[in-house]
Ligand binder design. Sequence first.
Ligand SMILES: [Zn+2]
Length: 390
Amino acid sequence: MNRRNATESEHVILQKLPCRLDSSFGGRTLRTSLTLCLLLLVLSSAVVTPVGAVSQSEAQPSSDGEWKHHQSIVIFRNDDIQPYYRQPEMRAVDQVFVDEGVPVTQGVIPTTADGAILSEGQLCQYIRTQSTTHPDTFEYVLHGYTHNATTTFYGGSEFGDVAYATQYQQISDGTDILESCTGERSTTFIPPFDTYDNNTVRALTRQNYTAISGGGWFTIQYYNESEPFETGGMLHVPNSHSFVKDWSADELYTEEELEEAFDATHQNNGVYVQMLHYPTFTDESRLQTLRGLIHHMKSREGVRFMTLGEFAERSQQGKLERVDDGWLVWESNTLTETSEPELAEDSPAERPEQEQVTEPLAETSEEAPPKSGFERLYAVVLDFVKQFVG
Ligand SMILES: [Zn+2]
């Protein structure tokens, strides 16, 4: 706002300048000055107008980024990451996402029968390498504490119907263990068995979690919602589809069945959250089903892949908007930022995280007025005026 005021006062000075100059000159000079005055009015209005008068989306300068329209959003959620169990399968599934350049949220179990996962163990070393090598592909988040069913809540749950204090402690311990493993603090929670209750949400919110991903079949019963929704300060992003059709028969859905399910969500402009469990990818044909599904999604127009964390962060920062025919995603234009150092310091990407969260988008549209262009034009016009009247 301050900058807009400053720009407006520059505008006023600019308009007055030749009028002050002309007081010491005769009739011909007066006409010339009036012409100049008019010319400057036109020029200065053209420069200032876009800062305040253009609508929000149009006002975003290309130097920062732009709103891009997508028809649907796809999130992959790979559960049950743990040490010692089917590690070749885990790495093979990871490799599909690396090869395809598609992001995936990985749910890590912090404590198994062998105890807490060790930060110096093979799994954590592998996770840290993956995070460093492919930062845009892998997001590691907390998946329960022991992953054992402790109640019969909705058919079996680790967290649902458990006392608040116990849930709080287990989330706290699990978060610490995972942080020492990955080097990052998780802000997304995947409850084992896809079930949780209001106390889970309360415990998570108080520990700075922003998103929870259970099962769509569960949230429709417990919250009467299956699409992403918000309650208790938490964004719920339930999975919409499983890869496993029948656990007891070790049967997966076919590629055709998965593609049909995705197409239906895509046509309805929804969020398709595909749950998978890496230990079930026991042969090449199953990996091929995953690859085939991803290729199918890529063949459709307007699909935006993102992690659960990106979905939650963008929603909170006003960088993701649901519209009638899909989604608007604010995409930063980092290339232009580096080629325009004067503007780069004003771009949202360069400002501290805290500021981005609290600042609504309408404000950021005013953060990058064509200030340097204005100043350059101002200097040129001043030089021109001085030359003419001198
Ligand atoms: Zn699980």
